[in-house]
Design a protein around this ligand. Sequence first.
Ligand code: GAP
Length: 437
Amino acid sequence: MKEEDKLSKIVALCKRRGFVFQGSEIYGGLAGTWDYGHYGSELAHNIKELWWDHFVRNQDDVYGLTSGTLMPEPVWKASGHLDGFTDPMVECKKCHHRFRSDQLENKNKCPDCGGELGEEKTFNLLFPVEMGSVAGTKNTAYLRGEIAQGMFVNFKNYIDTLHPELPFGIAQVGKAYRNEIAPRDFLFRVREFDLMEFEYFIREDTWEEHFEKWRTEMWVWIEKVGIDKDMVHELEVSDGDRAHYSKRTIDFEFEYPFGRKELYGLAYRTDYDLKKHMAEAGVDLQYTDSSTGERFIPHVIEPSMGHGRTMLAVLLSAYKEDEMNGEKRIYLAFKPAVAPVKVAVFPLLKNKPELVAKAKEIFSILRKEFKSVEFDDNGNIGKRYRRQDEIGTPFCVTVDFETLEKGEGVTVRDRDTGKQERVGEGELLNYLKQKFA
Ligand code: GAP
């Protein structure tokens, strides 16, 4: 399979099987927005849940946050986003399409129609929102361009309510909005996306040790979620290319079909944000060391993981084509923890009530344990297997006549090998639990 074809095959599969649809599709689609269907929502939810378990619940010193997506103008003034969150833009004089000029090979000619390009302008990526309805007043808020500012503006609340000792982190998963000039490449560059990220507050002299710790942990996560490690490469971001707040950044780049590009970022944000908010808001954001009484502004290490790009890298890593029983097949080799459906249960035939009843009994036992379990009695069994392969279900359980008449248990089919094993009815739950462990 050609790498260039892989993205269009995945986009087609995502639509065909109900993972991802173009946002507001019946109105021609809104560029840079995507809607997740049933299986896409399950996959998205499982990734967030796994991330939260890994980076919040399994850590001793990381606390969760869910902050508002609307934040007032002074937040973005203090953070530097009002002035610095910009991309260089050019517009075609003929077709009026807009492009990021730093991504164009020929800065004079429109790549879409060949027309002449206008002069380069600086374009701010924040989405302004007019708030309130009092006549004559103008109150501009912004849809958050990064979720990190939620952690900084709540820093004092965590100090006052949880009294944590340094180092500690504040983590959140939630929406960010960026008015990208040229959204493209499916879930890669969009205007509305979820971020999974935390700010880890530290003493300045320990930044290198914590940077290394989270760098290692990000690799553990990459493997855990099912991204092919061989397709991920670290890039030390050079001085001129780093964000305005960062003293050191490593990008984790992924080999997408459209090139090697950023998947995640790890940044040393110093005390930049807390210092700026302290000055802008006029609120003391210093930390007090409980044993020495020393007061200072903590520094910050920030592991930042885009959720949509995780979805895309997981899909690209999981997508497989092979031949089974003389037929071509497509399957998604998801890790069980993120698979939208964990197990599917089939009666061999739809018109045999005793097979259907037994399959339903097994289905309800498995659903209690694994939650996302499907029952399917439609069409021939081969078709049902193919459908589950395409949505990435790790195991299919089939109830047949041997189950009923000879008490020989059910068959359990493995998605990746297509091999079937007979498993006693009483052992099925433990058998599957072990497979998922
Ligand atoms: N708080 C730091 C921050 O927001 P960033 O590099 O601007 O840093 C973090 O973004 C992550 O968000 C990126 O590593 C990427 O995974 C994701 N991301 C950024 N822009 C995106 C976009 N337009 N569409 C989808 N994901 C995006």
